[in-house]
Design a protein around this ligand. Structure first.
Ligand SMILES: Cc1cc2nc3c(=O)[nH]c(=O)nc-3n(C[C@H](O)[C@H](O)[C@H](O)COP(=O)(O)OP(=O)(O)OC[C@H]3O[C@@H](n4cnc5c(N)ncnc54)[C@H](O)[C@@H]3O)c2cc1C
Length: 309
């Protein structure tokens, strides 16, 4: 038993579990257990939980787990599930405020219904707002941080801070603390708990049509009927990872219960939902090595791999 497992928490309203299977919290539907899992009731409940965590307890946030592979040995530490089906967006001072636990497609629809343009790309990202902030998720030319005015974070001591884009170095699928922020704050990871977005004014009907159009394109291009985690690799400059993987003849290549999607070569699918995380990781490695050997291009992983083998 770890200290966090035997720790006595007070005043919590969420759900606490130990040795909790994480497969159902990830879109790949694979992987091991978390020593401790907490599903907070809301933002304040999360803060109360985090404030009581032993300071040296490893802490990992999971949104909808749509960009995360949890290894079969699981997570030695605590996982907080940030996705909250009750999470909301509201209009405040001309900005859209969204909880980190809100699913991105809901934010896209909320923005469209409120006459905003350019939020449509979020409809195709099956993660949370918090995950989109952590990843700078994007597609079809849109990127999350292009529209963030402020973000709220929860620190390990259980207090909230408001950050601005200037506090981060933001790149393609990458968000790191700016040196000024890193110097001021402890090393411990902060959790995104909310953000305020500014989208340009647009037309609600046009935005809703665009969402439908984007989703139809995705259904045609991506294996959405099978467990997957979206694009496994970042696109290299001026090229597409999927093009390189397909050119190497890897579509359909299988290891254990998992294979490279025939529909989209940068997706790895877990068709029967029985694959080991180790098979997925082995296939990622095989694809990377094959592409390197045949094309000289070093593919960089976009999905995050966590936990013990
Ligand atoms: C079918 C499919 C299509 C996809 N298409 C796209 C796409 O077009 N563009 C794109 O960018 N991505 C895409 N993805 C990948 C994925 O949806 C995004 O990366 C998304 O932003 C991940 O959100 P999540 O909540 O699921 O994050 P998770 O996978 O749960 O977490 C991802 C990372 O963010 C961290 N994190 C999560 N929440 C928080 C938080 N609140 N505070 C701090 N850190 C946090 C986690 O610790 C982890 O390191 C796709 C995935 C799938 C399955």
């Amino acid at each position: 038993m770890t200290i966090a497992q035997t720790h006595h928490y007070t005043g919590l309203r969420g759900r606490l579990a130990h040795d909790a299977p994480l497969a159902k919290y990830t879109s790949w539907r694979a992987g091991g257990t978390a020593d401790t899992l907490y599903v907070p009731a809301d933002r304040d409940d999360l803060a109360r939980f985090v404030a009581q965590l032993p300071a040296d307890e490893p802490l990992l946030a999971l949104g909808l787990g749509s960009n995360t592979l949890v290894r079969d040995g699981g997570i030695r530490g605590t996982v907080v599930v940030m996705h909250n089906p009750g999470a909301a967006a509201v209009v405040a001072d001309g900005l859209i405020y969204a909880d980190a636990g809100l699913a991105c497609p809901k934010l896209a629809r909320f923005a469209a219904n409120h006459g905003c343009a350019e939020a449509e790309f979020l409809a195709g990202i099956p993660g949370t707002v918090g995950g989109a902030l952590a990843m700078n998720a994007g597609c079809y030319g849109g990127e999350t941080w292009n529209y963030v005015v402020r973000a709220e974070v929860l620190r390990r001591d259980g207090t909230f801070e408001v950050r601005t884009p200037a506090d981060y170095v933001i790149g393609y699928r990458s968000v790191k603390r700016a040196p000024t922020l890193a110097a001021k704050e402890s090393e411990a990871a902060e959790l995104f708990t909310a953000a305020w977005f500014r989208f340009p004014a647009g037309d609600a009907d046009r935005a809703r049509d665009r969402i439908r159009e984007l989703l139809a394109r995705r259904i045609l291009a991506q294996p959405l009927d099978l467990p997957n985690a979206g694009s496994v690799f970042r696109n290299p400059p001026n090229d597409h990872a999927a093009r390189l993987i397909e050119a190497c003849g890897l579509k359909g290549h299988a290891i254990g219960g998992t294979r490279v999607s025939e529909k989209h070569a940068n997706f790895i699918v877990n068709p029967r939902g029985h694959a080991k995380a180790a098979d997925i990781e082995a296939l990622i490695k095989f694809v990377r090595e094959t592409v390197r050997a045949k094309t000289g291009v070093e593919l960089e992983q976009e999905v995050r791999i966590v936990g013990q083998a």
